[in-house]
Write a protein that binds this ligand. Structure first.
Ligand code: NAD
Length: 468
């Protein structure tokens, strides 16, 4: 390596001088080495209005598993929401619902009985993915508002009918990627639109896990059998196979009922990214992966990594996305979304948005790892003179952490998301994660699977949300 030039060896010292000098001139705190400012985000306050007994939004939950219970307890935190009934195919979960919500609630193994009830205004659908489109469409056609879990559909070709039914019936329809309604996402969008990080060039996002539960090896009850589980009903449009409790309770591991890593988790990452950037999606998709560790009979990968081209729109320039989920993560796992621009980075975690700035220099500079050092002394002097005449002095800026916005302790974006849903019903409030938004997130996620399984690049129309 060439020795450092005088110009360069002084650069750190001169940078510190300049940084402090700038701070004094501008009166700003010296950003170098300074700790980021931690700023508490202020979410919309929880709704507190009281509603009369005859002015409740009556709900029922179809699919009373892990997320059904979670969504129900979340909905019950919102004033003016009343539980009428629940539906599930495993009797033990109906019993559990009665234990928690009282003996009087209506329970059934047939979702049609929920939809036939006149006293149900809205349904939460939290079944396995292969039922999402069927039940959403049937519910809207029966006049119910729908909160459907992600991904909106199990297969790419199922999206159009859901979009069409929502349009035809005019019912409120929202999908359950709750980060879309998070105060963290709202702040990230505001920062992104302010151009603090310049032009977006690259997005890196991941959601890694380590451990059996993270890899969907959920507990199977010891009383699971033909009498307690309605297996025939569960299969629906899936191939007919003999009863298998593992396929029923760990349905995510099978393509017949689930959508694997991409449909389950990439879809959250796409939803979050699209909510921040107002993007409709990529136009080229390439992904690859494999089953490396959780070889328990599943037919889906436990690691997928995808690369995506996002085309220029009126909201942003063209950029690239790298997305990954690794269920065998020796670092313990974790999730992040990083938007890397020409002048900085926005990093989102579940509860925070961090802004770092590092401006791309306009001037070429000289010295250091550069051909300048190879010039004769006379030429170096000449060059420096020429450089100063041709380039205006540029303020040097190093990477600095600007701000670190944090959601309040205990903040739950699922409450925010459910609040949006009920405001949509009561006040015709806007629904961001509607059928179109959701298909533009589910589509690239499902096309990721297509790319993995068919080992090819998928060309995607982000406006129409379909393969081209
Ligand atoms: N938004 C989130 O953060 C989040 C988190 C977890 C799961 N989810 C989504 O929620 C959904 C459910 O996931 P889960 O982990 O709760 O699964 P789960 O297996 O715990 O529960 C699914 C339940 O659906 C029931 N079911 C299946 N088909 C049915 C039908 N036709 N009629 C009635 N009930 C039926 C099953 O009996 C089961 O109890 C999935 O789509 C998943 O992607 C979302």
């Amino acid at each position: 390596m060439l020795p450092m030039s005088k110009h360069n060896s002084n650069s750190r010292r001169s940078f510190i001088k300049k940084a402090l000098g700038t701070a004094i001139i501008t009166g700003a705190a010296p950003s170098l080495m300074a700790k980021p400012k931690i700023i508490q985000l202020e979410p919309e306050p929880m709704l507190t209005k009281r509603y009369a007994a005859n002015d409740q939004v009556n709900i029922a939950v179809i699919g009373m598993g892990i997320m059904g219970f979670n969504n129900l307890s979340t909905s019950m935190k919102i004033p003016g929401v009343k539980l009428v009934g629940v539906c599930d195919l495993y009797k033990g979960r109906l019993e559990r619902a009665k234990e928690l919500y009282g003996k009087d609630i209506f329970t059934t193994q047939r979702y049609q009985e929920i939809l036939d009830r006149k006293d149900v205004d809205a349904v939460i659908i939290a079944t396995s993915d292969h039922w999402h489109d069927h039940i959403s469409i049937a519910a809207m056609n029966k006049g119910k508002h729908v909160y459907c879990e992600k991904p909106m559909v199990h297969k790419l070709e199922e999206g159009a009918a859901v979009i069409e039914t929502q349009k035809k019936t005019g019912k409120v329809f929202q999908v359950g990627s709750q980060r879309v309604s998070s105060v963290v996402t709202d702040k990230a969008r505001e920062v992104f639109e302010s151009k603090t990080i310049g032009d977006l060039i690259l997005v890196e996002t991941w959601n890694d896990r380590q451990g059996p539960n993270g890899a969907w090896q959920y507990s199977i009850p010891t009383d699971a059998k033909a009498g307690t589980v309605d297996w025939e009903n569960f299969l629906g449009d899936a191939p007919k196979v003999p009863y298998d409790p593992v396929r029923f309770f760990r349905w995510r591991n099978y393509q017949d009922y689930g959508t694997g890593i991409a449909g389950d988790l990439f879809v959250h990452l796409f939803s979050g990214l699209h909510a921040v950037t107002s993007s409709n999606g990529p136009n080229r998709i390439f992904a690859t992966g494999g089953l490396r560790y959780w070889k328990d009979g599943r037919d889906v990968p436990d690691i997928i990594t995808g690369v995506y081209d996002y085309p220029e729109t009126d909201k942003h320039g063209a950029f690239n996305l790298q997305m990954r989920v690794n269920f065998v993560s020796g670092d313990g796992g974790g999730s992040k979304l990083r938007l890397v621009g020409t002048d900085g980075v926005i990093t989102l975690t579940g509860g925070s948005v961090k802004i770092e700035r590092s401006r791309t220099k306009k001037n070429p500079g000289y010295g250091g790892w550069d051909s300048f050092e190879t010039f004769s002394s006379a030429q170096q002097k000449e060059y420096e003179k020429w450089y100063k005449e041709n380039y205006p002095a540029e303020q040097e800026e190093k990477k600095v952490v600007e701000d670190d916005f944090r959601a309040p302790e205990g903040y739950d974006d699922n409450v925010a998301h459910h609040t949006v849903f009920y405001k949509g019903i009561r006040e015709k409030g806007p629904i961001k994660e509607d059928a179109w938004f959701s298909m533009r997130a589910a589509g690239p996620a499902l096309a990721t699977n297509k790319s993995v399984f068919e080992k090819k690049i998928i060309n995607w129309d982000p406006e129409k949300a379909k393969v081209v």
